[in-house]
Each structure stands twice: as structure tokens, then as C-alpha cells.
Write a protein that binds this ligand. Structure first.
Ligand SMILES: Cc1ncc(COP(=O)(O)O)c(C=O)c1O
Length: 451
């Protein structure tokens, strides 16, 4: 029987050596919790198209694309050219620049809810400013958010993204739990937790909280938390209830902007008051944005007194803007459609593979996003997602790395435009090979028991 960790250790000696050095300079030898996994992270030296090469020169299919950001794959020639051209002309000035106008205009034209937009450097900042803006606009203190949704790493975001179930309260009235040590109690007191895809319970909670709530923030398609699409009923109910109760509705489309030119809001036909974006809009560089209704966004106008100041040394820096414009111009409606078609096909193929092994698995897909949940219960919210088997998930992820594919350790992935039929077939074959290899081990060591 093959232990994926043994194989991983044997085949990635350079990553192991780099990590041994890294632990002397960074806690856990890493600077990003999400790229760490046991026994040590994989060090990538180079990427091109949908392929990446690790520090030992081993090639793999990149099924994660920097957590969905690299929709065009790596080193896309148009993006490389735009970055090179701009790098030679200067990367950041304490001034406005013409390219930020271009990217801002492009986003306002594409995304239905955007009258006005502002740039920042990470999705974390985008959701932080959107929440602050909602509090400023409504004069209310609390933010309602979805259990199991992810909005980055600031204090208000690090609440109930993956609570321990025993501490999370009843499914119909979840309690706010901190995701990080160091989260102040007042953040939890200022957070209202809604169950995903349960319109009646969500409405009841919002009515109870009433004028305390400034905004409801949600990913219309939960991304990092397992690729779980909201039902239209849920989204439409939240829209109606927030209007009635004077709360703002914020769509966090940092990931879901990759499903259509106008994001998930275009697909659902529901327009939020504010939208946060990131990942794909920077063409692989750290660019994010938030925007929405003019009457709300105008609170950021420095000509107003008082206003909501939004500093940021690298906001709208020309390097990121140039990469973003180049990438977004490549993303025509046809490109989204083709990518989504491929996504739907991969989901079907994977479902067939798991069924052929008689393994209880849910393959969740939305556009070009996919997530594999090792459970026999359909995954529609955090509580159902939490039934997935963590031991199998980790084995599966590591064995897949050994078989030439990088997904997220929680078995989430995203397609990129350079992926052709043969890349996709290689991925599906690798999944098949991993299950064939690991199933006897999972059966023998009891991992398949639901305890
Ligand atoms: C929906 C969503 N919002 C916000 C963020 C935070 O973005 P960043 O990692 O750029 O801070 C993420 C990151 O994955 C995300 O998926």
C-alpha cells in the first residue's frame, strides 16, 4: 500500500531543503497559511500556461491557479508584455495614472452593480473597506455574513469561516465564532451569522437583528469554502429583505467574478449595492477593488466633508493596472463560455470516476470552479460540507500532487484558459489513478468509516 506522504518526501527533496531553511526565517517556514500543508509545502519555481515546475524540476498541471486568480494561466504573453512595458516606465508613483482610469472604466462597464469603483491590493482590503463603507452609509454597527463564507483575513472577516461544529450553535441560528486567536470579542458581538441557502432562517435572523445590521455580505458562489452556489431563492430573498430592512447587500465576487464577465450577479440577475473583486482583475498581480452604487461610493470622495479615507501606497499602481487591463481584455464573453463548458465537463467526468469506484463523493462545480467533497451528503452549506472526511481529503490531495496535479489541500480547484482536452484528460486520469491507488489503504485503515 502506498503512503502518499512517503512518496511526497521521496520525490520533493529540494522543497524539503528549502522548507528546512525557511523555518529559520518565517514561522512554520511559510508566509501564507493557505500554501502550507503537511509535511511541508511544495516550492514552485516556474509556471507557463496551465503547467508549473517545482524546485526539483517536476512538472505538474496547475489546477488551482493561485487560488483561482490565474484564469489565463501563467506567463500569458499579453500580460507579460504589459508588465514588462510598464516596469520599464516605472512601477508606482504618488499620483494618479492613466491606466487606473482604463481598468476602472472597464470594470464599471462589465459588472452590473458598479457605478463607481476603487482599487486596493487584496480581497481582504476590499471586503474591509466595503464593510466600513456600509457602516458609514447606514450608521449601523453590525455585519451579517454567511457561516462558512470567506472574506479574507481582517478582523471582521475572520469570523465563522470554519467553526468547530460543537461550538457553532444550532444550524438555524449559528453563533459567531472566531477563526483566529486574537479576535476581539467586540468583533464577534458585531457579527451576525446566517446559514447559507436557508432563506427562511436567514430572514428570521435579519428581522430579529433589524436596525443593528449595516450590511449582509456573501459570496453568491462560496469559493474557498467548497464551491457552493447559492440558490436563486436564497439570493433573491436576501435582496428583498435587505431592501425592506434598510441594510446593504454586498456580493463578495473576489472568486466568482470568474464565472461571467459581470460575475455571478450577472448570472443570478440580482444586483447588490456593493461588490468586492480581486484575483482575476489584476492579471496575476495583487490588485483588488470594491465598488457599487454611486450614492454609497461617494462617501469616499475626498472633496466631501466628512469622507471615508482610503489610503494605500500601492492602490491603483500602474504595474498592477497594466496587468489587469491586459488580462481583462483577453476575457471576452466567449472565453468565459468556453471555460465554463470545460468546467461542466470536468465535473461530469470526475463524478463518473468516483462512481466507478463506488466512493461516496460530491463533486461541486460552478463555472470553471470545482471542489471535491468526500461525503455521501450533497454539499449545500457549511454544515453539510463539514461532513467531508478530512483524512481522505488530505491523502487525496497529496497523492494527486504525487500524480502530477496541484489542487488546494481541501480539494478545490479552478480551470484556466490554456487547458486543452489533453490537460483535462490528464487531470481526470490522475484522479482515477489516485483513487485506484489509495482506496485499498482507506479501506484497510478505516478512513472510510464515518466516525
Ligand atoms: C471570496 C473571497 N473574498 C476575499 C478574499 C481575500 O482575498 P485576498 O486573499 O486577496 O486578501 C478571498 C481569498 O481567497 C476570497 O475568496
Amino acid at each position: 500500500m502506498i503512503d502518499p506522504e512517503d512518496v511526497y518526501r521521496r520525490t520533493t527533496p529540494s522543497s524539503r531543503k528549502l522548507h528546512e531553511r525557511a523555518v529559520n526565517a518565517m514561522p512554520g517556514g511559510t508566509t501564507r497559511t493557505t500554501t502550507y500543508f503537511d509535511p511541508y509545502p511544495l516550492y514552485i519555481e516556474r509556471g507557463e500556461g496551465c503547467r508549473i515546475w517545482d524546485a526539483d524540476g517536476t512538472e505538474r498541471i496547475d489546477m488551482l491557479g493561485n487560488y483561482t486568480a490565474m484564469i489565463l494561466g501563467h506567463s500569458h504573453p499579453k500580460v507579460v508584455e504589459a508588465i514588462s512595458r510598464q516596469a520599464a516606465r516605472g512601477t508606482a508613483f504618488a499620483a494618479a495614472n492613466p491606466i487606473e482610469v482604463e481598468l476602472a472604466t472597464l470594470l464599471c462597464e462589465r459588472v452590473p452593480s458598479l457605478d463607481l469603483v476603487r482599487f486596493c491590493n487584496s480581497g481582504t482590503e476590499a471586503t474591509m473597506f466595503a464593510m466600513r463603507l456600509a457602516r458609514a452609509f447606514t450608521g449601523r454597527p453590525k455585519i451579517a455574513r454567511i457561516e462558512g463564507g470567506y472574506h479574507g483575513t481582517h478582523d471582521y472577516a475572520e469570523v465563522s469561516t470554519h467553526p468547530i461544529l460543537a461550538e457553532a450553535g444550532p444550524p438555524e441560528r449559528p453563533v459567531a465564532r472566531p477563526d483566529s486567536i486574537g479576535t476581539p470579542q467586540w468583533i464577534l458581538d458585531g457579527s451576525v451569522i446566517l446559514p447559507f441557502n436557508n432563506p427562511d432562517a436567514a430572514e428570521r435572523i435579519l428581522r430579529e437583528e433589524g436596525e443593528q445590521v449595516a450590511a449582509v455580505i456573501l459570496e453568491p458562489i462560496i469559493g474557498a469554502g467548497g464551491v457552493i452556489a447559492a440558490t436563486s431563492e436564497f439570493i433573491e430573498r436576501l435582496r428583498a429583505v435587505t431592501v425592506e430592512l434598510g441594510m446593504l447587500l454586498i456580493f463578495d465576487e473576489v472568486i466568482s467574478l470568474r464565472v461571467a464577465p459581470g460575475g455571478a450577479q450577472q448570472l443570478y440577475g440580482v444586483t447588490p449595492d456593493l461588490t468586492t473583486m480581486g484575483k482575476i482583475i489584476g492579471g496575476g498581480l495583487p490588485v483588488a477593488a470594491f465598488g457599487g452604487r454611486a450614492d454609497i461610493m461617494e462617501l469616499l470622495d475626498p472633496r466631501r466633508t466628512p469622507n471615508l479615507p482610503q489610503g494605500g501606497t500601492y492602490n491603483g499602481n500602474p504595474l498592477g493596472m497594466a496587468a489587469g487591463v491586459a488580462a481583462m481584455k483577453e476575457l471576452t464573453p466567449d472565453v468565459y463560455e468556453e471555460l465554463n463548458r470545460k468546467g461542466a465537463r470536468v465535473k461530469d467526468q470526475l463524478t463518473e470516476v468516483f462512481a466507478s469506484h463506488d466512493l461516496p463523493v460530491q463533486v461541486n462545480g460552478a463555472g470553471s470552479l470545482l471542489a471535491i467533497h468526500f461525503t455521501d451528503i450533497p454539499v449545500t452549506d457549511y454544515r453539510t460540507k463539514a461532513t467531508a472526511n478530512p483524512k481522505i481529503t488530505h491523502d487525496f490531495f497529496l497523492a494527486l500532487v504525487n500524480h502530477g496535479v496541484l489542487m488546494a489541500p481541501r480539494a478545490m480547484g479552478a480551470l484556466s484558459t490554456p487547458m486543452g482536452e489533453h490537460d483535462i484528460q490528464e487531470f481526470v486520469d490522475a484522479v482515477d489513478a489516485v483513487v485506484t491507488e489509495q482506496l485499498p489503504r482507506w479501506q484497510a485503515n478505516g478512513s472510510l468509516r464515518s466516525d
